[in-house]
Design a protein around this ligand. Sequence first.
Ligand SMILES: Nc1nc2c(ncn2[C@@H]2O[C@H](COP(=O)(O)OP(=O)(O)O)[C@@H](O)[C@H]2O)c(=O)[nH]1
Ligand SMILES: [Mg+2]
Length: 307
Amino acid sequence: MSFISRLKQTFTRARDGFAAIRTLGREGRPLDSAFWEDFGDLLVAADFGVPTTEKIVSGLKTVASQEAWSTGDQAVARFRKDVERFLQVEDGADLKLDVKPAVILVVGVNGSGKTTTIGKLAKRLRNERKRVLLVGADTFRAAAAEQLEIWAQRSGSEIVRGTDGADPAAVVFDGIRAGKAREVDVILIDTAGRLQTKTNLMEELKKIRRVIERETGGPPAQTLLVLDGTTGQNALSQARLFHAATPLTGAIVTKLDSTAKGGILVAIVEELEIPIAFVGLGEDVDDLVSFDPTAFVDALFADGLSP
Ligand SMILES: Nc1nc2c(ncn2[C@@H]2O[C@H](COP(=O)(O)OP(=O)(O)O)[C@@H](O)[C@H]2O)c(=O)[nH]1
Ligand SMILES: [Mg+2]
């Protein structure tokens, strides 16, 4: 099934929020301050966040006066184009994995979907006939390594896991050594769901990164932040903290099949200037899809105004 039809099928909450925006455009309202206020409120409700909402609204107002727009539908049509443009990040969704082994460090808070996403990614890479090694550096909970083990089996990947309570950086060290010795193509590193407020845990991430740099002679090929799309603006504040601890190359937004409202993706790209690499549309192995901004916007505006 195509990205767009899957999104249309699963992404219902987000589409409801955007339906309200489309409706506003159909009411033939004049572009007065009440219109802009309602429009801004709908964007905030759809999880765009205040800074991104303000940026979008002020941009639209400027064009509205330059082009002497008179009604709301013009603003909404332009808004659709803006969202698409915001989401187009150069070199967007392509995972650059030129080096061998290519190390992909996966970070994010507990429950965001890291381990599941790693399993899905491993399966994709295996489908591309790549040799994949999973590294279980979440040594905080015994169940974490077991869950990763299941995904290793399911995807046909190899695994290096630490004992409970082991130093995560030491597990990463072992994993990279093993990956190099076995000549794997990709090493996917699963990390603990650390609380973003705990400085020591952020320090641990920095330590892991230093081990990767030392052992491979460079930064990770990718550092991907997994965010639960249903946690709204909280996801954005998490993203900022992780970005500060270890520079991110992309985000993966999970649970778009659940109650995610969509605007959060725009806020992430806009405020952090990182691309959305993939989105999660469910719990199964095939429920990870490459992010396609055009298809995403088409799905959100499926029954709406043409641009
Ligand atoms: N509906 C839905 N559930 C997901 C998705 N991704 C992960 N999950 C579920 O979220 C829960 C937490 O996932 P997990 O990978 O253990 O998160 P971690 O703590 O970050 O490793 C699990 O029940 C997953 O099945 C998704 O895209 N959609
Ligand atoms: Mg996990």
